[in-house]
Ligand binder design. Structure first.
Ligand code: ADP
Length: 327
């Protein structure tokens, strides 16, 4: 699941998409572009073309390797049951709990004092619970950073069951990639203390799946490396260098690169050049698939995906209405 106000970046790929692609052969999967979610942080005068963005993200999904024959790929607002279940769950989601969700506080601060915080932003975790519970999943595959959100969804499901004395929503598990570095891929920069932080659209430190090889090269050339390594002969600290971290993920020869970096027998430029090469090669098949994918084709994939998702979503909503004794 993915809020749709940006394209997908390499961190999204490593933490989520890559795992989905593996799972699509083993499980029935529902992959959604979360367009409603992306509207929860609208700023005055900054409305954006949410539909266009959703199409681009869906293209990223398919380009990355999700197969529409194997899983349902759809846009959240095309399946109105998401909005309906959100309303139903909002009757059992505690206000205090929602106000304490850390990302609510962060996003509220991001918006600044002069911007009103919307009711939609507070309800973000309720909508996320609806997104998940609608499909009564065995598991939800997301990056490690999302684990606390899944806990909120679980609690909302339990509250619904206990409020109405039913077992509509079974428990689900987190499916998280065990590869430490990939499940929190660092961005191109460092924080104010010179410490690497995760790749995130909110830090503007991303390599996007849909950017060109030249754009990627340019970004890696100015990526964060050991700040005290000014000359080739200065010793590097690969653990704290974004480029060395990428080499560890993407280059089979990373160990040699790290040793040479530490020993001061290779400069940052050499590491950057190698890094550009391996990352561009890694992204090549995705870029090729994306270039071949037209708007009409992706729209048709999304139409079929929404139909598949709705079939399942309607069954859950029937149970929800019955549990709530709606006439
Ligand atoms: P962002 O931080 O760019 O806003 P989201 O929070 O929308 O990304 O995350 C979408 C999905 O991508 C989630 O499953 C999340 O766990 C995963 N993800 C995001 N950033 C990273 C990262 N740097 N490394 C690994 N997974 C990530």
């Amino acid at each position: 699941m993915r809020a749709s106000n940006e394209r997908l970046h390499l961190g999204n790929y490593e933490g989520a998409l890559r795992v989905w692609i593996e799972l699509q052969d083993k499980y029935e999967m529902f992959c959604m572009v979360a367009d409603w979610h992306s509207l929860t942080t609208l700023r005055a005068g900054q409305a954006f073309d949410v539909g266009r963005n959703s199409l681009e993200i869906a293209k990223d999904y398919v380009a990355a390797g999700l197969d529409p024959e194997k899983c349902a790929i759809f846009i959240q607002s095309h399946v109105p049951e998401h909005a309906e279940l959100h309303l139903a769950l909002s009757m059992v989601a505690g206000l205090g709990k929602l106000e304490r969700v850390p990302t609510f506080k962060e996003k509220k601060d991001d918006l600044g004092a002069e911007q009103q915080v919307s009711y939609g932003l507070l309800g973000y975790p309720v909508l996320q619970a609806a997104d998940i519970l609608l499909y009564k999943p065995y598991g939800v595959p997301v990056g490690k950073d999302q684990a606390p959100h899944l806990e909120v969804s679980r609690e909302i499901g339990r509250s619904f069951n206990s409020m109405f004395g039913v077992e509509v929503f079974p428990e689900f598990v987190n499916i998280i990639d065990q590869d430490e570095l990939r499940s929190k891929l660092p961005g191109l920069d460092a924080d104010e203390n010179g410490v690497l932080r995760k790749m995130s659209k909110s830090y503007d430190n991303c390599i996007y799946l849909s950017e060109t090889p030249d754009e990627t090269a340019k970004k890696i050339k100015s990526a964060f490396t050991t700040p005290t390594k000014l000359k080739k002969t200065d010793p590097g600290i690969p653990e704290g260098c974004a480029v060395c971290q990428y080499l560890k993920v993407y280059s089979p020869d990373w160990q040699t690169a790290w040793d040479e970096d530490r020993a001061g027998i290779r400069g940052c430029m050499q590491s950057k050049t190698e890094c550009i090469e391996v990352i561009n090669e890694y992204l090549r098949p995705m870029r090729e698939r994306r270039a071949a994918l037209g708007d009409d084709e992706i729209r048709e994939i999304l139409r079929v995906g929404a139909e598949k998702a709705r079939e399942r979503a309607k069954m859950t909503m029937d149970e929800v209405r019955a549990a709530m004794k709606l006439a």
